[in-house]
Design a protein around this ligand. Structure first.
Ligand SMILES: Cc1cc2nc3c(=O)[nH]c(=O)nc-3n(C[C@H](O)[C@H](O)[C@H](O)COP(=O)(O)OP(=O)(O)OC[C@H]3O[C@@H](n4cnc5c(N)ncnc54)[C@H](O)[C@@H]3O)c2cc1C
Length: 436
């Protein structure tokens, strides 16, 4: 009997330290006017580097990595509990060395990169000396990657890349971009694209614009144009035609880590909601004593706990199977659930804070936008729901029955009685005798 919802005391100590550290030292960074990915900003480095050093000293740096890459190999359940704390602040993942999109980029370089690529890019990336971007989505559409047109053509010892990408997060601070481009237009659809490591300073890489997510002061979503960008042949990442397989490796882990951090963001909203409810008063008492307010707190708690258990169960399955493909349905399900839970809880927290709630003094308006981001980035909710349904229906394909449904009560009763053999006759006799 292995069901257990307890954290072992040794690990709980680490979580307690993280909790205090994030509240005390990391959350205030959000008010100082710089971006966590701006690695060349001296103010950012003066404040963030010493905090990163403390995290390293505690052995909590880059815990998403396996021991072969210098991580602790804690596994996804423990990572889930840690990410719940990191989700409280947009700066916390950077302070703990596990910020997107660098985590996913590091993961694919570690899996698919050559020795030389790892030496050049992986170590500084894992140390947060540099940051990176993932350049896949195109201006004409992101949900359907078969529409992508950015191309890479061989020319002597080089690849020549032409095309445009959209929402390449952190492109403006990045040392390199991982670019997905069509190399084999005539191959079968999912073998048409390959991935490349493109140093951002390469001639022909132009950041047309840095689009902002609503409410951000400075945009960091790069609209990037690639015009005759030449990279040496050895900048191909993984095998030619392998971009879809590589991106699935990247996105599977990324999606559950987003969900884990969203648990933390929701918890923060609920926490603030409760503190507000007991503190804010009307003429006849605290708003916490109003049933209408209690309903909102109860709904938030219930939704958060359901979501959290689903996330942790999925994390547990990843640890058990060590294969994202086997857990695809549940990862897609939590990806689809996440924006709704986040939006509902952040929205209620905003509402219960009244006018203060809509101001940038509180995190809620950003969280509500963040909830929509969670429903779009890494693929829209609709696409993930289709994955859930298709995967779930697989269990039913072999029970397809043209006569189904047959709900007529007399047939159901006969079918049920047949299961009881001789006893069925006794039941029928009794029914006749009793006139039932
Ligand atoms: C904050 C943020 C950061 C991002 N970072 C990156 C990044 O670093 N690198 C990168 O490459 N991309 C990034 N993206 C892009 C992201 O992957 C795309 O936004 C996403 O894939 C959706 O593509 P789209 O925006 O073109 O929307 P569209 O494809 O135009 O979809 C718009 C809407 O159409 C509907 N829709 C689309 N397809 C279907 C379907 N099959 N069935 C039903 N309805 C459908 C959905 O309602 C969907 O929301 C980021 C996005 C955001 C918001």
């Amino acid at each position: 009997m292995a069901w257990d919802f307890e954290t072992d005391p040794e690990f709980q100590e680490k979580l307690d330290w993280m909790d205090g550290f994030v509240k005390d030292k990391v959350e205030p960074l959000a008010h100082l006017g710089f971006h966590p990915a701006d690695v060349k900003n001296p103010k950012r480095n003066a404040l963030i580097r010493p905090l990163q050093a403390q995290v390293k000293e505690r052995g909590l740096w880059a815990c998403h990595l396996g021991p072969e890459l210098g991580g602790k190999g804690y596994g996804q359940v423990r990572l889930g509990l840690m990410n719940e704390i990191l989700g409280r602040s947009p700066f916390a993942p950077t302070v703990f060395g596990c910020q997107a999109p660098d985590t996913g980029n590091a993961e694919i370089i570690a899996h698919f990169g050559t020795g030389a690529q790892k030496r050049k890019y992986l170590k500084p990336l894992l140390n947060n000396e540099i940051v990176s971007a993932f350049s896949m989505t195109e201006p004409q559409g992101g949900s359907d990657p078969l529409l992508f047109t950015c191309s890479a053509v061989e020319d002597g010892d080089e690849w020549v890349i032409n095309g445009e990408k959209w929402f390449s997060t952190n492109a403006k601070w990045s040392e390199f971009l991982i670019v997905m481009a069509v190399t084999d237009p005539d191959a079968e659809p999912y073998r048409r694209m390959s991935m490349f490591i493109v140093p951002t300073g390469t001639r022909g890489v132009e950041i047309v614009r840095n689009v902002a997510v609503y409410g951000q002061q400075d945009g960091s979503e790069g609209h990037v144009r690639y015009t005759d960008v030449r990279v040496p042949k050895d900048h191909l990442l993984g095998e030619r035609g392998g971009a879809f397989v590589i991106s699935q490796t990247r996105l599977g882990g990324g999606r559950i880590h987003h969900a884990m951090r969203t648990v933390g963001a929701c918890r923060r909203a609920l926490d603030l909601m409760c503190r507000r409810a007991v503190s804010r008063r009307t003429r006849d008492g605290a708003i916490a004593d109003k049933q209408a307010v209690q309903m909102q707190i109860a709904d938030s708690y219930i939704e958060l706990e359901q979501f959290r258990l689903f996330v942790l169960k999925t994390a547990w399955m990843i640890d058990k199977y060590r294969d994202y493909k086997k857990v695809r349905k549940d990862i897609a399900a939590i990806k689809a659930l996440m924006p709704k839970v986040y939006r509902d809880i952040a929205g209620r927290a905003l509402h219960l804070h009244g006018s203060l709630g809509v101001s940038p003094d509180m995190p809620f308006a950003a969280q509500v936008i963040g909830s929509y981001v969670m429903g779009i980035a890494d693929g829209p909710t609709e696409v993930h729901k289709v994955t859930v349904a298709r995967q779930h229906l697989r269990n039913y394909r072999n029970v397809a029955d043209p006569d189904f449904p047959d709900y007529a009560m007399p047939q159901l009763k006969e079918a049920a009685l047949e299961k009881y053999g001789d006893i069925a006759d006794t039941v029928r006799d009794l029914e006749e005798t009793l006139g039932a």
